[in-house]
Design a protein around this ligand. Structure first.
Ligand code: SF4
Ligand code: SF4
Length: 216
């Protein structure tokens, strides 16, 4: 019948209107800014850089590979790679960003930088109260402002952070086991090289005198 959808829609609206007076859980708006709703886990706004440990610069996960800079559609990421290297979370020497800026006045919150980062170094924040009258400098975030601890990421996106923490811990254990095995193999090879060589067999066919092992 013509108008059935309209009647159904109006009935639903009326139900929600009346229901919002009956149960507070039916109220979908709050008196902002006095009241605030906790953002959903997958809410996102602008990117930030994750660091591990206490030192924002030493613990920064970013290795300045510049993939995010290349893939960012509006080109609002600016990175300068370091000349030297620093150890990453498994002790592997890596470059780091000497400069890492994001112009959040241009960023469109698409999250592509997060999707393409192979190091889980850049994640989406949820902060939204960033309005300012300074269109330029205040909205150009530098490395020091972008760097946030892993604990902050764990609070924002607990499910994803837990999965990454587990993976990193496994990779670290594997790297430590490999380093240990390499060190043992090296020590074994050195011991073999240092062991006394057997005397060459005499030309006349007599049995060579055995060499006494060295005492330590
Ligand atoms: S969220 Fe999108 S627009 Fe913003 S910095 Fe990342 S890739 Fe660029
Ligand atoms: S944030 Fe990720 S993709 Fe971007 S430069 Fe750093 S490591 Fe590379």
């Amino acid at each position: 019948m013509l108008g059935t959808g309209l009647i159904k829609g109006m009935a639903q609206t009326a139900k929600n209107f009346v229901g919002s007076y009956q149960g507070p859980e039916r109220l979908v708006t709050v008196q902002y800014p006095e009241e605030r709703l906790a953002p959903k886990e997958n809410a996102r706004n602008f990117p930030f850089l994750v660091f591990d440990g206490d030192d924002a610069q030493k613990g920064l996960r970013c290795v300045a590979c510049q993939i995010c800079e290349k893939e960012c559609p509006p080109k609002c990421i600016y990175i300068n790679k370091s000349k030297d290297k620093k150890p990453d979370y498994i002790g592997k020497p890596q470059f780091y960003p000497a400069t890492f800026d994001i112009d959040i006045s241009v960023c469109m919150s698409c999250q592509i930088c997060v999707e393409v980062c192979p190091f889980d170094a850049i994640k989406m924040d949820k902060v939204f109260e960033l309005s300012t009258t300074d269109r330029f400098e205040a909205l150009l975030l530098h490395k020091t402002e972008l760097a946030k601890p892993n604990e902050y990421f764990q609070e924002l996106h607990p499910t994803e952070a837990a999965e990454i923490d587990t993976r990193f811990a496994e990779e670290k254990l594997k790297a430590e086991a490999k380093a240990k095995a390499d060190a043992e193999a090296k020590a074994k090879a050195a011991a073999i090289a240092a062991a006394p060589k057997p005397e060459p067999a005499p030309v006349d066919g007599s049995i060579p005198t055995p060499v006494a092992p060295k005492t330590i």
